[in-house]
Design a protein. Structure first.
Length: 516
């Protein structure tokens, strides 16, 4: 995963699977900053892949993309989640509202509130455990025999002890909450949501604690240094599957079977729990100005055809061969002129018009809290901004490098406008946003050569001709430009440069290109 952190915008680019990479933009809600953010992504596609305006349209690009817009997971430590004095803790809010439900309040609003808080609690628990384990795994790696003693992160031991103490407190608190929710007076929807939450947390604990056990055992020195912690991690991890089996949850691991249920169930639970953070995106295809511009293109083409017909009608009879030939030729040129003008307008007016307008709807507020506009098109070398061209050439070894790797440039631009006042009005904990785009490269590598090629050479030792297999790859280069403006300050600009190594079989790896 490649990260680039700015003041307001944090971007992360990572491999999602063999054919998709993900660009995740974290947007912090800053009252002192502007509410409009722009991201321009330039795709430098090798011409050898035969991808261009003739066979790859903006519709193809959008069809290859998946869009997710959601609130960022609030940050509350595991220890603070169990603190009765913390009013923003979802655990405390569930308890408070649950007391009302046990007193006979079965209103839909209260039921929905409790269910939302349970799901938010699940998101926070997952995020905190994931982040803690990531820090500890990185720290434990410094205890390997190759790492100098001076570089060992000694905080890991104390941090792990505190982490497991917090987990035990959380287990106790959740066990108590589970007993309260099991009361028949609690509405069925709440009990069912709590069961999903309970199963999800068990899976999360098993997944991340298993990673922690692996990291402890990967370094014998760490195992010797933290033997009690390893025992505790093993105990908690192995207890989860037995617990789910005792609760008759579907996500039970059965050694020797296909275990398709546990993977499927984990995906269902994750979507259910995380849906509390997702925002609804309402797409509006092709803005009015775009339709007007394309209408003018069609009108200009029709005007040309009409003038040709008037001219030939005055000189030849309607049934004559010259008139029929003129009719056919004008029809052909009319379509070509219309398509050419549409392409011209798309390339040169992307700055003012967009292909799609997306209203960012908040289900809780029942209103739009932002607007996202998108535009995509191929551009020629003359239209490439100088700053982008410089960053594309930054890793060239010689001045003639570009001649050996001809490319076409595809530009994708999005503009995000947030209605900060509305977000602040309706949300105390959910402020920042995640804008996630997953892009599928299948169409781009469709005409690529085979991923492996035979290569013959003379063995320097034996003098015999030998054959070996070499990988054939292509480089898809990305330059990203982030722009955000303060209400009084000058706009801030940040750049990122990524090389995506591709083959016929998919994405091989991601590489960050240093811009210094």
């Amino acid at each position: 995963m490649i990260e680039d952190q700015n003041d307001i915008l944090d971007s992360r680019i990572k491999l999602h699977d063999r054919h998709r990479f993900e660009i995740k933009l974290d947007i912090d809600l800053d009252e002192s900053a502007g509410n409009t953010y722009e991201v321009e992504t330039y795709f430098f596609v090798p011409r050898a892949l035969n991808v261009g305006p003739h066979n790859y349209t903006k519709e193809d690009f959008y069809n290859s993309s998946q869009r997710y817009i959601r609130f960022r997971t609030p940050k509350i430590s595991i220890g603070k989640l169990c603190d009765p004095a913390l009013s923003t803790s979802p655990l405390n809010r569930v308890r408070q509202d649950l007391a009302k439900a046990l007193s006979g309040d079965a209103s839909p609003a209260l039921t929905d509130s409790i269910c939302d808080e349970l799901r938010l609690l699940g998101c926070i628990i997952r995020g905190e455990i994931r982040d803690y384990v990531k820090i500890f795994v990185e720290g434990l790696a410094t205890f390997s025999g190759t790492a100098p003693a001076a570089q060992r992160k000694l905080f890991v031991g104390e941090g792990l002890e505190n982490f497991f103490a917090d987990l035990r407190n959380l287990e106790t608190a959740l066990s108590s909450l589970r007993a309260e929710i099991s009361d028949p007076a609690v509405p069925v929807k709440i009990r069912e949501t709590a069961a999903f939450f309970d199963e999800y947390v068990s899976l999360i604990l098993e997944e991340y604690l298993t990673s922690l056990v692996e990291a402890l055992r990967a370094s014998p020195e760490a195992g010797v240094r933290f033997p009690e912690i390893e025992k505790e991690a093993v105990r908690m991890a192995t207890a989860q599957n037995r617990y789910r089996q005792a609760m008759k949850y579907p996500s039970v691991l059965v050694p020797g079977s296909s275990n398709e249920t546990i993977i499927y169930r984990r995906g269902v639970l994750k979507k259910f729990i995380s849906s509390v953070l997702f925002l609804k995106a309402e797409f509006s295809e092709w803005e009015t100005l775009t339709q007007v511009v394309f209408g003018l293109a069609a009108g200009a083409a029709m005007l040309f055809a009409g003038l040709i017909m008037i001219y030939f009608q005055r000189r030849y009879a309607v049934t004559s061969m010259p008139f029929v030939a003129a009719l056919v030729i004008s029809y052909i040129f009319k379509d070509r002129i219309k398509d050419w003008l549409k392409m011209l307008f798309s390339k040169n007016m992307t700055r003012w018009i967009s292909d799609r307008k997306i209203e960012i709807m908040d289900p809780l507020a029942g209103a739009s809290i932002g607007l996202l506009k998108e535009a995509a098109t191929f551009i020629n070398d003359r239209a490439l901004p100088p700053d982008i061209a410089r960053l594309r050439r930054i890793d060239n070894i010689t001045s003639v490098d570009e001649e050996g790797k001809p490319e076409r440039v595809f530009k994708y631009k999005k503009e995000i406008t947030l209605y900060q006042d509305l977000i602040i009005k309706y949300h105390e904990r959910r402020r920042g946003l995640n804008d996630i785009m997953r892009f599928n490269i299948r169409d781009i590598v469709e005409q690529a050569d085979d991923a492996q090629v035979d290569y013959s050479y003379v063995d320097p030792e034996t003098g015999k001709v030998q054959n070996t297999v070499c990988a054939r790859v292509y480089h898809l280069n990305l330059v990203l430009k982030y722009v955000y403006s303060g209400r009084k300050a000058q706009p801030k600009v940040n750049y990122e440069r990524i090389r995506i190594v591709l083959s016929k079989d998919g994405i091989v790896r991601l590489e960050e290109v240093l811009l210094a």
